[in-house]
Structure formats: structure tokens, C-alpha cells
Design a protein around this ligand. Sequence first.
Ligand code: PLP
Length: 385
Amino acid sequence: MGKSWSHLETKLIHAGEPEKPIEGAVSMPVFQSSTFVYTGAGSYHDLKYIRLNNTPNHVLLHRKLAALENAEAALVTASGMAAISVVFLALLSPGDHFLAQDCLYGGTHGLLTKELAGLGISFDFFDGNISESWKTLLRPETRMIYVETMTNPLLGVADLKAVADFAKAHGIISVIDNTFASPVNFRPSEWGFDLSLHSCTKYLNGHSDIVAGAVIGRAELIEKITHTLNHLGGSLDPHACFLLDRGLKTLAVRMRYQNESALKIARFLEAHPKIEMVNYPGLASHPAHERARDLFDGFSGMLSFELAGDVETAERFLEGIQIPFVAPSLGGVESLITRPATTSHAGMTPEERDALGISETLIRFSVGLEATDDLIADFEQALKG
Ligand code: PLP
């Protein structure tokens, strides 16, 4: 397991895998055993037990995920939300304050607004579209700044380098949800972020068949977070670990295809007379396009758009679409389309969504691996309805 490779494609296949195949198996076997024979572990956290996320299938993923983002360490969790919540619970205490980008995945927004305040942890939202808007909100008790690489569902791109630099300058922890970009398009530790989070449910696994999460970053923080997670119990089952590792092996080819396909579809939609607006950082019309070009190796397979018309028009369009499944979630091999106001961001009030620009008619599209021309033809026919 000591080998290292410079290219992400090779790391996806080989990083963290057993150096000598177990019983000659080229695919890592699943160690579906809750407990392992005691060998004199020095501490509670070193006992080998599935809840402690340290069986061979977990260890493989920890090494692979750290290698993919050129980070020191990683930890897998039971879901993306388990990864996000354990980071807050491990690193913040009552009386602490943190800064969070205002446009976030709805589940994260709910965790902040409905759970953390009750624990005596306070925060301020800042608008990531306004440069350095976070600066004036810093307090003596501020401990963390939290952003998304590309915001869900509006695909905004904050000045991520400035966020990481600001955190360093003030000795606070920088955390980024890198789910939308994946390590193929953005590696947060290379830009100075302390921690990167993933819903591995999405691109990293890529097949819409498991729920999983990961925290990747500085070893000292990962150790602390691991100990908290060991108490909370948000472990990933070994079979899900196996599926995640299998999914990861094709991440680069999937993601690059999805990057390319999404750009073509975004251009098609932007030119269509029935479409009012397209949010995609790869379009020259995106307000942060130049910044996204500097930061990212690709712009991901996620886009959102507004149709001319009302909610009924949007619903008619979704009824008319034939290839994508109308479903929440994203990052799978199959295209998924949804109206965030009814799914990913349904936990927010209409007023909260309105303030962020998440309209009732906004449609979010996760581009799958179907032929781009088939998807465009499908959009074309649905837009005629
Ligand atoms: N982060 C982002 C950007 C997401 O879109 C999601 C889910 O949609 C999550 C985190 C939560 O992940 P999970 O559903 O795996 O808990």
C-alpha cells in the first residue's frame, strides 16, 4: 500500500488497494465481519469493529480518498449528511461561531438552522457571490468558514482561494463541500482548504445504489473527527464500502464525459427561446466563469435553468421529459431532473428560497452518461409541449 502515483486515473484504480492481492483476487473482497479478533489494540479507537470505520474495506477507502485529493487523511461515513454533521459536532463547541455560505444544499441548511443553534453554536450566512462578504462577519469566537465548491442548486462559485486564505490568516478552519465538483474537477487541499466533504452517494459512487459520505483533509483534524464519529456511530457498512470503491474506479471517465455533455446541453438550453436562464459555470455568461476556469479542471455535470412560464409550465416540461428520471439526488450514470423547491430544498421556507433566488420554477439537471444528442433531442421535444 506504500506506492504512489501522480495521475488521478491510476490512483482511482490502485491507491489504497492491497499491495498483494488477497487470495489472488484483483477486486478487494468484502470483509463482512462486525468484529475482528483482539490483537492487543492500544485504545478503544483501535479495536477493529465496523462501527469504528476501520475494517479493511474502510482503510482502503481512507487511503484512496486522501490520495485523490492530495490530502493527508480521509474518513468515510454513513452518508454525506453524517460527514457534514460530524465535522460541526467534532470541531465546534457551545459558544463558538462560524460563517457559512448562504446558498447550500437544503439538508445542510436544515442542519445549521434547525439543529446547531439549539446546541449553542451560532453562525452567520454570507453571500458567496459578493467578494470578501465574509470579512466583516468575523468575531473573536469564529472558528470555521463553510462553503460549497459549486452551490446547490444555483451553481454559484465563490472566490474559493480567498476563502481558504482568509481562514489561514485568521486561524480558523476552512471546510468545503466538494460533492458537485468531485476530485476530478477540484482538489480543495491544493488550494489550502483544511477539510473537504463529499456526499459519496453522488459522483464518487456514481451508480445511485448507496448512500455514503467522506471527510478528507488534515490528519490531525481527521483523527479528532474520527473519534467523534466513533461515539456517534455513523459508520459505513463494508458492502457499501465495496460498492463505493467499485464506483470510484470509473470516476475519471464518468466525470469527464459528464463535464463535456453538460457543457453541450447548457449551450443548447441557453440558445433555446423558451429558456430564460441557465446556471452553469462553464458558460461564458456565468458571472463567475473566469474564476471557475482558474479553479476547476472541469465544470461538472450539474446545471440548473429557468423556463419561461409558471410552475405549471415547469411541471408540464418535467412530465414531458422521457430519458431523465424525475428524482432528487445527482451524480449517477442516469440523468436525474428535479424542481429543487419540491425536493432538495423543500425543507426551506418559500421566503428563504426566494431570498437566495431559488425560484419555484427552477429546474436542476444532473447529466448522466446517456448520449448527449439523445438528451438534447429529449429536451427539444419536451420544450415543444
Ligand atoms: N452535499 C450536497 C452538495 C448534496 O447535494 C447532498 C445531497 O443531495 C449532500 C451533501 C448530502 O448527502 P447524503 O444524501 O449522502 O447524505
